[in-house]
Write a protein that binds this ligand. Structure first.
Ligand SMILES: Nc1ncnc2c1ncn2[C@@H]1O[C@H](COP(=O)(O)OP(=O)(O)OP(=O)(O)O)[C@@H](O)[C@H]1O
Ligand SMILES: [Mg+2]
Length: 259
C-alpha cells in the first residue's frame, strides 16, 4: 500500500529537509521503495542528495508544463531512493499557475499514479500555493517542530490551512505526527517540549531528534546520516523515527478495523 507523507511547517529551519531526506533513506533501508519529492525552490533536499547539479527537468516542469513525472525522476544510489528534484526556478511556478482552475491540486493528480511504498514530500517554509499543492497531494502530514522556535500561533495557522485543505479541496489529509527536532536539553526547550506534548498528546513521536552536528555533516557530504555515521545520535534517531512512522500506520489501520 502506498503512503504519501508531506513534511511541512511554515517555520524555516525546523529540519523539514533533514527529516525528509533521512526518513526517506531509512524507509528505503527497511526495504521500502521510496520517492522523495522536493517541493521547495530552495532545493535543499535535491542538493543534500546530489550536490550542485543541473537537471534538465525538475518539479517545475511537472507543475507548470505538465510533463510526465516519470521524465523527472532521478535515482540516488547512496540514499537508495528515487528523487523528483527541484531548483530555484520553482519559485516562479505560483505566478504561472495562479490563474488556472485546480491550481491547488496539480501535484495531487501526479502523486495518485505513483507506484511506491512511500512518497515523501519536502515542503517549503511558507503556506503559499506550493505548500498547498504539497498538502493536497499527500494523505499524511508530518510536522517537525524545533522547541527552540516553538510558537503555538504558528502551529494554529498551519492547522487552519490543513482544515481549509480538507474542507475546501476534498482532501483526506491527516496528521501523522509531530517530531521534535534539533533538541537541546535546556530549561526553556524542556518547557517548549512539554507544551508541544500537552498540545498534540499522542501525536508526538516518541523519537526526539537531538541537535547533532553529524546531520549537518552528512547533508554536506551528500550522504544519508546512517551511511555517514551509523552510530551517531542523528542516525539512531532517524532509524527509530522511520520505525515509528511504519508502525503508526499499521496501528491506525487496526483501530479502523476495530471500529
Ligand atoms: N538535529 C539537527 N542537529 C543539527 N543540525 C541540524 C539538525 N537538523 C537540521 N539541522 C541543520 O539545520 C539547518 C536547517 O535544517 P533543514 O534545512 O532541514 O530545515 P528546514 O526546515 O528544511 O529549513 P527550510 O525552512 O529553510 O526549508 C540545516 O543546516 C541542517 O543541516
Ligand atoms: Mg527545507
Amino acid at each position: 500500500m502506498r503512503r504519501i507523507i508531506v513534511v511541512a511547517n511554515q517555520k524555516g529551519g525546523v529540519a523539514k529537509t533533514t527529516t525528509s531526506v533521512n526518513l526517506a533513506a531509512e524507509l528505503a533501508r527497511l526495504g521500502n521503495k521510496v520517492l522523495l519529492l522536493d517541493m521547495d525552490p530552495q532545493n535543499s533536499a535535491t542538493s543534500a542528495i546530489f550536490g550542485y547539479s543541473n537537471f534538465e527537468y525538475t518539479i517545475y516542469n511537472v507543475i507548470v508544463d505538465r510533463i510526465s513525472i516519470n521524465e523527472v525522476i532521478q535515482h540516488s544510489e547512496p540514499f537508495g531512493i528515487d528523487v523528483v528534484p527541484s531548483d530555484i526556478g520553482l519559485s516562479g511556478a505560483p505566478l504561472r499557475i495562479s490563474e488556472q482552475i485546480g491550481r491547488e491540486k496539480i501535484l495531487f493528480h501526479y502523486t495518485r499514479k505513483l507506484k511506491y511504498d512511500f512518497v515523501i514530500i519536502d515542503a517549503p517554509p511558507s503556506l503559499g500555493l506550493l505548500t498547498v499543492n504539497a498538502l493536497t497531494a499527500a494523505d499524511e502530514l508530518l510536522v517537525p517542530i524545533c522547541p527552540e522556535f516553538f510558537s503555538l500561533k504558528g502551529i494554529k495557522l498551519l492547522e487552519e490551512v490543513v482544515t481549509n485543505v480538507r474542507t475546501g479541496l476534498e482532501s483526506d489529509l491527516e496528521l501523522l505526527g509531530v517530531v521534535i527536532t534539533r533538541f537541546l536539553e535546556r530549561s526553556v526547550t524542556n518547557e517548549a517540549k512539554n507544551a508541544i506534548r500537552s498540545y498534540f498528546g499522542k501525536k508526538v513521536f516518541k523519537t526526539i531528534v537531538s541537535e547533532n552536528i553529524k546531520l549537518e555533516e552528512a547533508h554536506n557530504a551528500h550522504l544519508p546520516v546512517w551511511k555517514y555515521d551509523k552510530k551517531s545520535k542523528g542516525a539512531l534517531a532517524y532509524a527509530s523515527l522511520a520505525k515509528e512512522v511504519m508502525n503508526a500506520h499499521k496501528s491506525k489501520k487496526r483501530s479502523k478495523k476495530a471500529r
